[in-house]
Write a protein of this length. Sequence first.
Length: 157
Amino acid sequence: MRVPACAALIVALDQLTKFLAVQYLKPAVSRVVIPDLFNLSYVENRGAAWGMLAGRQVFLIAFSVLTLGFLLWKRKPLFEPLWGHTLTMSLLFGGVIGNLIDRVRINYVIDFLDFHWRNSHFPSFNVADASICCGVFLFIITQWLHDKKKENSGSRN
């Protein structure tokens, strides 16, 4: 599957799950899925990760658009030498576009995946956020493996 189709699938899944969160979850009421570990909780995130830059929607929209433009512009040198580049780009594009749609359409991002352990509580997130994190992680790992491979093949000469 090519990047546009895979990214579109991620965007569709993100938007569908957010639609379901709006329909079935109420603000300030969590649905326990796995006791002491995972809830579904409707959250309106008006910032970026962990609510940073709250209220700066114009900046966050511009940053998202610039990020997409940069990733498109640099896609060949950044991603194509790496194993899994199609998946990496799809995860990043799909995640950024999914949250960008929310920012433009409703002026905040809908989060609903809520993990916690005892007194530690991880901030709520959504499919787009998970996609971006997985894409960044995959990029870092595959870039590291690519660099190691180059380094090892260079030391044999």
